[in-house]
Design a protein around this ligand. Structure first.
Ligand code: IPE
Ligand code: IPE
Ligand code: MG
Length: 238
């Protein structure tokens, strides 16, 4: 009998990719190597998630606060994004995966913005899992950017004040058209949201794993889903 027999697979799983630095330290290698190991883990999890039948996988890879890190580390991360933005095209196409980026992209170098736009464009009609990549993403930044766009439309007379509700507001966020996450996983033992999906995680179930992200694997993902299955999901009613 399959380990997945009878398990309800959450439609949208979000993961905070945390612990690369500690993994590097534990292995006596530079932080950049920890990030590289984290990317390798992500490649595997991407395919595992698609095969498990997860419909949306959102990963937090770089926050609006992460620019505060050393120039050396930020540069290493940008180089990895560059490399993977190209490498992932084939994997996405082979696995029918649609890719979407959330976060504010104008701060990246022009060639990286082009790669991200291309990635979204080339995978747009894929019908399998949607892989959402959160880079230069912050929940507060997203809400402020969304509110600016919303106010501009209001000023232009596109809707009346009375039309404004949660659904309309949500349509101004980067996650427009996506379901809210059902399960949010944070590895590495930290118990905070760190500015991830603030609006969208109103009723998300949280799962914290003790392993560092580079050591995360399919078994850990299945364990998180098993825990999710034991939860009594409530949405404020009853
Ligand atoms: C997560 O790993 C990757 C990014 C935030 C880019 P960290 O670099 O935060 O690793 P720790 O938390 O220092 O171990
Ligand atoms: C959250 O991790 C951001 C990402 C993993 C991209 P951090 O390591 O940056 O968060 P804090 O500083 O521990 O809250
Ligand atoms: Mg961290």
């Amino acid at each position: 009998m399959s380990e997945l027999e009878g398990l309800k697979i959450p439609a949208h799983v979000a993961i905070i990719l945390d612990g690369n630095g500690r993994w590097a330290k534990a292995h006596g290698v530079p932080r950049a190597m920890g990030h590289k190991a984290g990317c390798t883990t992500l490649e595997g999890i991407l395919e595992d998630a698609a095969r498990l039948g997860i419909q949306y996988l959102t990963v937090y890879a770089f926050s609006t606060e992460n620019w505060k890190r050393s120039e050396e580390e930020v540069d290493a991360l940008m180089q990895l994004f560059r490399y993977y933005a190209k490498k992932i095209v084939k994997k996405a196409c082979d696995n029918n995966i649609r890719i979407k980026m959330i976060g504010e992209r104008s701060r990246f170098d022009a060639d990286l913005i082009d790669s991200i736009n291309y990635l979204e464009e080339i995978t747009r009609d894929n019908t399998g899992m949607t892989f959402v990549f959160a880079v230069n993403y912050g929940g507060r930044d997203e809400i402020v950017r969304g509110t600016k766009a919303l106010l501009a439309d209001y000023k232009a007379g596109k809707f009346e004040l009375d039309d404004l509700d949660e659904k309309l507001f949500g349509s101004y966020l980067d996650t427009k058209g996506m379901p809210d996450p059902d399960l949010l996983i944070r590895p590495s033992g930290e118990l905070r949201l760190s500015n991830f999906l603030l609006w969208q995680s109103a009723y998300t179930e949280f799962y914290f794993a003790d392993v560092l992200w580079p050591d995360f694997n399919r078994d850990e993902l299945v364990k998180a889903i098993e825990h999710y299955n034991r939860r009594d999901r409530r949405f404020g009613g009853r």
